[in-house]
Design a protein around this ligand. Sequence first.
Ligand code: IMP
Length: 182
Amino acid sequence: MGGRDAGPYRIDEMIPAEAIAERIGVLAREIEAHFAGTRQLVVVGLLRGSFIFIADLVRALDLVVEVDFLEASSYGNAMQSSREVRILKDLSSGIGGRDVLVVEDIVDTGHTLHHVLKLLRARAPARLETIALLDKPSRREVDIRATWVGFEIPDAFVVGYGIDYAQRDRNLPFIGQVVRPE
Ligand code: IMP
């Protein structure tokens, strides 16, 4: 990687920054149509992986939005999502009776989104929808799908555009695949 130590692995570009921006534009129009008439949409970013996606998404949305964050942690190796999910940071505001859009970076096994939606549903929002930038359907262990998906990807470990590998590489402007030496 030009100008910095890439570490003991290579990162191959999978989704260029321009393709992400273009896809967000398309999804934003669908979300606007879906939430037309909503007084103030609560957009909930799941930390930390969604922070760049939510920043670009809300700026593309021609809606009145409120931004909140939730941090759920999964245990296990950096390369593996675990089934246990814990809430590390809860929402700052109530969502009862509100229209809510949950923004996730990747739906992998589906456990994180399943758990978060169960938690938020119990707070009786008027409408609860989800958007995931990336979806790895081949990895699914829970039958769940985001309302909107940016890109379906194969079973690869990806970084960039907010997504990390052991807290690195979130600042890459594109989505890249981690390729480890044989
Ligand atoms: P799930 O609970 O298995 O669906 O896992 C979702 C979370 O695992 C995502 O929000 C990411 O934080 C993390 N994750 C899953 N796949 C990847 C990946 O390829 N790169 C980095 N993080 C990932």
